[in-house]
Design a protein around this ligand. Structure first.
Ligand code: ADP
Ligand code: GLC
Length: 485
């Protein structure tokens, strides 16, 4: 029997991406298909999404969706069903999915994503006669209200479908002032702690968590971390109260897009058996970043330059990294102070530190294929994908021991080295001392070519494809549907 799942997300590769959520939402339909799940993805109709939807058909219209005329268009994304909410008043804008061209959050994000979620709840409830679903899977705060609408204001009085709420990052909760509540189109009964009220305002993610049948997050370690205040960021109480209904399912990587043997973005493709071919990619990265050749390791970092990602600590550690014979190629964007500090470091360490501020998908692949080690010193990391790409590409991850980083990298301690299972370098606590020591360890390991080769190969052997996690989601869906029946 085929299960029909509506996956509601605010970004998905290959149409629109700001981070890992897009990688995951884009990969899920193909990951679930072999498990007998037909997944339809629903996205906001940003210009890039509508432009990519060839031969799209209008399957539903709303004269007024929270005050905006809107229509639902149906098409395909990589061969899987796609729905997009075309509401020009909300989504036909220059800039990013969540922010204007200057990087400021859109002031009406609450309305944009409430309307998106309202529409998704309508679709789940049968607004489009031909589209029938068994379950709704909502991702992050932008889609979370789908579950709240299903629960408090279902389309045509329909029975709520089972709902999975996946938290990709607890730091983004979609928290807004109480003044928006009357404009959400919810009954007064939704204004409770068990509903959408959160610390006196409206919490979109919180509302989704309360309405969900099950809450998942993207690694087992993060699932336990968010029970604590430090990681739960105010929602730890709900996480704890939900008990066994909070699960961690590790993200996979899309091996059709991330495979060094076939990657069109590489100067030279390679496998674990042909590691010397990585050299051409390393030269290419050096050229792009204006770096000198060197006999020490080429570190790379591909990241949002934020507090979460430890960008500030990398800046502090750069002199140490260069002093130890390392070089760094950095691709990222984010907080202005971090961007400026990286530029200053590049000027100070000409030929040793190269910086690209911006977003460049193709370059990110080349860096994984040419770098020797990838820095991921996150203060918290729900899953993290760049360390997984690093493992697959022989770009050894140097990571803090948190969240998904703790779950996916095996530290090159003496025991792991002796057992031949080490895949990277881990350190505890994101501080100058800890990261500097980790960088020194990585440089020392790199200077033992046989050991380094073994670490690279171990990582490349790991299977972080979607096979296991696709199965885990499919089993979860099946259980929830059976329970609800
Ligand atoms: P997060 O979603 O928290 O930013 P992840 O590690 O899960 O972290 O995912 C980040 C994704 O975004 C990865 O696919 C990574 O390669 C990509 N990425 C991040 N910054 C850039 C950039 N500046 N250019 C290209 N890709 C980037
Ligand atoms: C979030 C998290 C990241 C995770 C990604 C995909 O952006 O910060 O750790 O890998 O979502 O789940």
């Amino acid at each position: 029997m085929t299960l029909h799942v509506l996956s509601v997300a605010s970004e998905a590769v290959p149409l629109i991406k700001t981070g890992g959520l897009a990688d995951v939402a884009g990969a899920l339909p193909a990951a679930l298909a072999p498990q007998g799940v037909k997944m339809t993805t629903m996205l906001p109709g940003y210009p890039a999404v509508l432009a990519a939807m060839k031969r799209a058909r209008t399957v539903h219209t709303w004269p007024s969706l929270l005050g905006e005329p809107a229509r639902l268009v149906a098409g395909r994304m990589d061969g899987h069903p796609l729905l997009a909410l075309d509401a020009p008043g909300l989504f036909a804008r220059e800039g990013g999915p969540y922010s204007d061209p200057e990087g400021r959050d859109w002031g009406d994000n609450w309305r944009r994503f409430a309307a998106f979620s309202r529409a998704a709840a309508d679709v789940a409830g049968g607004a489009v006669a031909k589209l029938k679903f068994d379950l709704v899977h909502a991702h992050d705060w932008q889609a979370a209200m789908t579950l709240a609408y299903q629960r408090f204001a279902p389309f045509g009085g329909a029975k709520a479908l089972p709902g999975v709420m996946t938290i990709h990052n607890m730091a983004f909760q979609g928290y807004f002032g109480a003044g928006i509540f009357p404009r959400l189109g919810l009954p007064d009964s939704a204004w409770t702690i068990e509903g959408v009220e959160s610390y006196g305002g409206v919490g979109f993610l919180k509302a989704g968590m309360q309405a969900a049948s099950v809450i998942t997050t993207v690694s087992p370690t993060y699932a336990s971390e968010i029970r604590r205040r430090e990681f739960g960021m105010g929602l730890e109480g709900i996480v704890a109260a939900k008990g066994d209904a909070v699960l961690g399912i590790l993200n996979g990587i899309d091996t059709a897009l991330w495979n060094p043997a076939h990657d069109p973005h590489l100067t030279d493709t390679f496998t674990a058996r042909t590691l010397p071919r990585r050299a051409a990619n390393k030269r290419a990265v050096e050229a792009v970043f204006g770096l000198d050749h060197g006999d020490g390791p080429l570190f790379v970092m591909i990241s949002r330059l934020t507090w979460q990602k430890g960008a500030d600590v990398v800046i502090e550690v750069l002199d140490h990294l260069v002093g130890n014979g390392g070089r760094l190629a950095l691709l990222g964007s984010g907080e202005k102070a971090n961007e400026d500090a990286f530029h200053a470091a590049a000027a100070r360490h000409k030929g040793q530190v190269g910086v690209r501020i911006g977003y460049d998908e193709a370059l990110s692949h080349l860096m994984q294929g040419g770098g020797d080690a990838i820095l991921v010193p996150s203060r918290f990391e729900p899953c993290g994908l760049t360390q997984l790409y690093g493992l697959a590409y022989g770009c050894v991850p140097v990571v803090s021991r948190t969240g998904g980083l703790a779950d996916t990298v095996i530290d090159a301690n003496p025991a792991a080295l002796a057992a031949g299972v080490a895949t990277g370098v881990q350190f505890d606590g994101v501080s100058y001392e800890a990261l500097a020591a980790a960088v020194s360890r990585a440089v020392a390991l790199y200077r033992q070519p046989d050991v380094w080769r073994q670490i690279r190969r171990n990582g490349m052997k790991c299977d972080f494809s979607w096979a296991a996690s696709g199965k885990a989601y499919a089993e979860l869906y099946a259980r929830l549907i059976t329970e609800k029946a």
